[in-house]
Design a protein around this ligand. Structure first.
Ligand SMILES: [Zn+2]
Length: 581
């Protein structure tokens, strides 16, 4: 199943790239910098936006064409087919010099996004010994203690990382929309500064695909068949080994001339559900065999999947009233089944870490290790029965949206302590661009984290948004979270507290959960009824931001080919009973 269908795609790509390069160029010409690009409206001005702290008093830059352009009907909807291929784009290539005074002007840049990886399974945040390669990357580098994903599922989170914008700014908040062509991406900007740019992932329901517009700016995008050390590839026969997902990126880095600065992004799915890559041999609860089985998704009724889109979200093992086979097994096996589920997840983490190990090795072999900015971040976490939920895509509890974020930056001293001020996925883009002396596009929501690297208490934002989800919802009932320490407001289809009766929300309305993250880090006490003023303030801040962004872009609607729907189903994402794009 090849997706790189020659002429049509190339034409489509040129049009894509032309618009976004124009926007990026305008941003460069007008000289806006990350630090003087305030999100609008500011918190101080209207109490409505996810404003940075401290707010800059510098007037904002002129809007780019992308912001002023009236909404227009999108192109014909791309059909998301899935499949493997290599796309070689006419993405921007230039030799513009970066700011020579920047911290890392000549550095290479590598971003690894880890699907479904929880903070409490990453060694720099714990001592479980599951991620020695991430430990190597973090040694002498930085890790962030309060980093939030921009969404609870892959496509929307990757879009935010690539654009520096929250979902309401790009419109990519569900599986049905792709990135509009006139929003600049990180590889596009770096291409303008002379970087060779490449993206890598496997054929799976990640959304890191040309049809979703996430190929934009990558001169080389490579999607391979899911390998056998990856849960997506557990059934086909194929080469065995470890770190197989990382091999295309390893080969590409080896092929680059040493004088060529490179930007590569690699999305690893090795820790994604269903976690297992071989038939379990010691499996008294039967959970392993259910996860392994190729009949797993077939056995899961369309109405019931454990804690995922459109299904009957399991409010605690044993509470579901109409369980499927997997839920039955979990209920029958009780705590032992839950333990087994968690153990299979934990086993997937070292396999995923091997992907990181391959990246470290090739950087050392090619002499790039000491001149590479390396970012390792989860696109979202994973529920392992936390709050009665499994997987991801529905709730916005910290187990899913508070993510590990590690950075290694040559020339900077590093910090063995976590940097605790609030940061977001959207801050990755402006941080990287500032470090290499490049100018960030206008209109982004991200704030550079560079001030935190020299002063670990420096705050760059008061609020972060988490938007969208895998279940389809009307645009006026957006689900998500507003994170503003010490508060977190969650608007989700999942109940706030297990076992505590809550008044049901109105039809189609999400639950309203408010947690104080200082007093209640486990998010067990919903304060929404006790603190209505806080709820109103955070909701107004989110509403104001969304109102400001409304109509500024028209996201590209996509259609799903049946084969891609099947990929979504196998990842637990798709429900035949819900409206489909
Ligand atoms: Zn993911």
């Amino acid at each position: 199943m090849k997706s790189n269908d020659g002429v049509t795609k190339q034409t489509h790509r040129r049009w894509h790239v032309a618009g976004s390069v124009m926007a990026a160029l305008v941003a460069v010409v007008i000289g806006c910098t990350t630090s003087d690009a305030p999100p609008a409206p500011s918190e101080e001005a209207g109490g409505q936006a996810p404003a940075p702290m401290p707010a800059s008093s510098t007037p904002g830059p002129a809007p780019t064409p992308a912001e002023t352009q009236a909404p227009t009907p999108g192109d014909a909807r791309p059909v998301v087919r899935g499949g493997v291929g290599t796309w070689s784009a006419d993405a921007p290539v230039s030799r513009s010099a970066g700011d020579p005074a920047a911290a890392c002007t000549d550095c290479d840049v590598i971003v690894v996004t880890m699907c479904s990886v929880r903070r409490d399974h990453v060694d720099v945040y714990t001592d479980r010994g599951l991620t020695p390669s991430i430990r190597t990357i973090a040694d002498g580098g930085y890790h962030f203690g309060t980093a939030y994903a921009a969404s609870n599922f892959t496509l929307a989170s990757l879009t935010a990382i690539l654009t520096g914008r929250f979902g309401s700014s790009t419109g990519v908040v569900g599986w049905d929309k792709g990135l509009v062509k006139n929003i600049p991406t990180l590889p596009e900007v770096l291409g303008l500064y002379g970087y060779a740019t490449a993206g890598f992932t496997i054929n799976a329901a990640s959304g890191f695909r040309p049809e979703y517009g996430l190929d934009r700016g990558f001169q080389h995008l490579e999607i391979i068949e899911a390998p056998s050390d990856n849960p997506d590839g557990r059934l086909p026969s194929g080469p065995t080994g470890s770190a197989l997902s990382a091999q295309p990126m390893v080969r590409w880095i080896k092929d680059q001339p040493t004088s060529q600065r490179i930007f590569a992004m690699f999305h690893t799915r090795t820790a994604h559900f269903p976690f297992v890559v071989a038939p379990p041999t010691d499996d008294p609860t039967g959970i392993g065999r259910l996860l392994w089985g190729d009949d797993l998704t077939a056995s899961m009724g369309d109405e019931q999947r454990p804690g995922v889109v459109g299904g009957t979200a399991v409010q605690g093992v044993g509470v579901s009233t109409d369980p499927n086979r997997l839920q039955h097994a979990l209920m029958r096996s009780g705590r032992e089944g839950l333990k087994a589920w968690r153990a299979y997840y934990a086993e997937s983490i070292p396999r995923m870490d091997a992907d990181l190990g391959a990246v470290v090795d090739v950087l050392k072999q090619t002499g790039r290790w000491d001149k590479t900015i390396l970012v390792v971040v989860a696109d979202h976490g994973e529920s392992l029965g936390d709050h009665g939920e499994f997987l991801h895509g529905d709730s916005y509890f910290d187990s899913v949206v508070k993510v590990p974020l590690v950075m290694r930056i040559p020339g900077l001293p590093g910090n063995p302590q976590a940097l605790d001020p609030l940061v977001s996925h959207v801050d990755v883009l402006p941080t990287l661009l500032e470090l290499v002396g490049a100018v960030a596009p206008a209109g982004i929501d991200g704030q550079s984290m560079v001030p935190m690297l020299t002063d670990s208490t420096a705050e760059i934002r008061s609020t972060a948004l988490v938007e969208g989800g895998v279940s389809w919802t009307p645009r006026d009932r957006m689900r998500g979270a507003v994170i503003s320490p010490p508060w977190a407001l969650l608007r989700q289809p999942v109940m706030c507290t297990m076992g505590t009766p809550e008044p049901p929300p109105g039809p189609g309305e999400p639950f309203k959960c408010l947690f104080n993250m200082e007093d209640d880090p486990g998010q067990n006490r919903n304060q929404a009824r006790n603190q209505p003023a806080v709820v109103d303030k955070l909701q107004a801040r989110w509403d104001g931001y969304r109102a400001a962004k409304q109509g500024s872009v028209v996201p590209t609607a996509v259609q799903h080919d049946p084969a891609f729907k099947d990929l979504l189903r196998k990842s637990g994402y798709f429900n035949a009973s819900q409206p489909t794009p």
